[in-house]
Design a protein around this ligand. Structure first.
Ligand code: DGJ
Length: 376
């Protein structure tokens, strides 16, 4: 009896610290619910992305304040071994107190994504940056680097993409059409068929030739051959662009393509299965959810073909109330992918919730179904 009691007490004491330290608090994914970190606080890493480095997952995302969607803290980092329990590793990229800095507190800093460059052994963070006080007009990318995965990241620069460079898939005919009537086309009324046709032909891409291409919602993808690509909403959110990155992942090479011209896509999230690329995006309705879209390609630089909404079942017309941000390939599990999305709460940004759902494949096509609760 005494031995049993001793063993029971020993086992209890072994379990208690784990419970108290709050290390293992989550047994399942519960999309839309509060998701507590190791200190019992709702994870604050929105519009995020994940990398696996040396067997640990690192989740980077926007720190959201309680009353504003502007960046008051910066990019946060959490780490996990099992994707359910996350340790808060603090601020990976901090906003600056210098009023002259591009990333001064109060700027808009969204959708950060981190990649690891095996050659330089640096971690590279890309994000969407809007200058403080200028709403969404700057439409810049931002880039920062670190020697350590969890940071601190050093801000390098921000800017528009590939000034002076034409897309690889831009036809001579479209170029000639836009050039010959540029002023006329620029004065067309927005949303008319003629204006839409001019957008398809690259009117805004041409308008931004000197400054560089606009870059808003974004992600970064590393292909199997180690080449990196920056995928972003451009041309006033009318058209996506995919731009190749330099070998050190910190700059654009000048090679890029336009995708889904005039179709207004945001929130690109990309993955590859059996040599086929899949990209899930959203429409452009601000913080309000809309229907997800899906594209596929055999080559990352296109051509890309649009397929129906990958979400099925109730609320699939609004991506279950969320907007995609990333597709996570689960390490060591063949063909396990998780679609990550945010349920935005613009009136209480820090209370924005997460939707993580597994991607199923039906006849080889990605399908996402709602689950109240699931386990990896
Ligand atoms: C939708 C984007 O996907 C978000 O990242 C954010 O920029 C909001 N629009 C702002 O309205």
């Amino acid at each position: 009896m005494r031995t049993t009691l001793t063993i029971a007490l020993f086992l209890l004491s072994a379990l208690l610290p784990v419970q108290i330290a709050g290390k293992h608090v989550n047994d399942s994914f519960r999309p839309g619910a509060l998701w507590l970190d190791d200190s019992g606080r709702h994870i604050n890493a929105h519009g995020g992305g994940i990398i696996n480095y040396k067997g640990t997952y690192y989740w980077f995302g926007e720190h959201k304040a309680d009353t504003t969607s502007s960046a008051m803290v910066g990019v946060t980092c959490y780490s996990s071994k099992n994707l359910l329990d996350w340790k808060n590793c603090g601020v990976a990229l901090s906003v600056s107190d210098d009023p002259n800095s591009d990333i001064v507190r109060g700027c808009i800093l969204e959708r950060p994504k981190v990649v690891y460059n095996a050659k330089t052994r640096k971690f590279v963070m890309w994000f969407h940056l809007e200058l403080k006080g200028h709403d969404y007009s700057a439409a810049r990318y931002g880039v920062a680097i670190s020697d350590k995965v969890e940071g601190p990241y050093r801000y390098l620069r921000s800017g528009r993409v590939n000034p002076g460079r034409y897309p690889l898939n831009y036809s001579k005919a479209d170029s000639a059409a836009v050039c010959s009537q540029y002023d006329e086309l620029m004065s067309l009324k927005w949303w008319t068929p003629a204006w839409n046709d001019a957008i398809v032909k690259g009117l805004f891409m041409k308008r931004d030739m000197e400054s560089g291409q606009m870059a808003r919602d974004q992600t970064v993808y590393i292909d199997d051959d180690g080449k990196a690509y920056h995928i972003y909403s451009s041309e006033d959110n009318m058209t996506l662009q995919i731009a190749e990155l330099s070998d050190d992942y910190t700059a654009h090479t000048g090679r890029y393509v336009r995708v889904a011209a005039s179709k207004m896509n945001e929130a690109p999230a990309i993955f590859k299965k059996d040599g086929t690329y899949w990209m899930i995006t959203s429409g452009c309705t601000g913080w309000a959810p809309n229907e997800a879209r899906m594209f596929t390609a055999k080559n990352i630089m296109g051509p890309w073909t649009q397929l129906p909404n990958p979400c099925t079942g109730p609320k699939s017309a609004t991506t279950f109330g969320g907007q995609g941000t990333f597709v996570l390939k689960v390490k060591g599990k063949k063909d396990q992918f998780i679609f990550m999305a945010d349920i935005w709460r613009p009136n209480h940004p820090s209370d924005a919730r997460y939707i993580w759902l597994p991607i199923d494949f039906k006849n080889g096509i990605p399908v996402i179904q709602w689950r109240d609760e699931w386990r990896p």
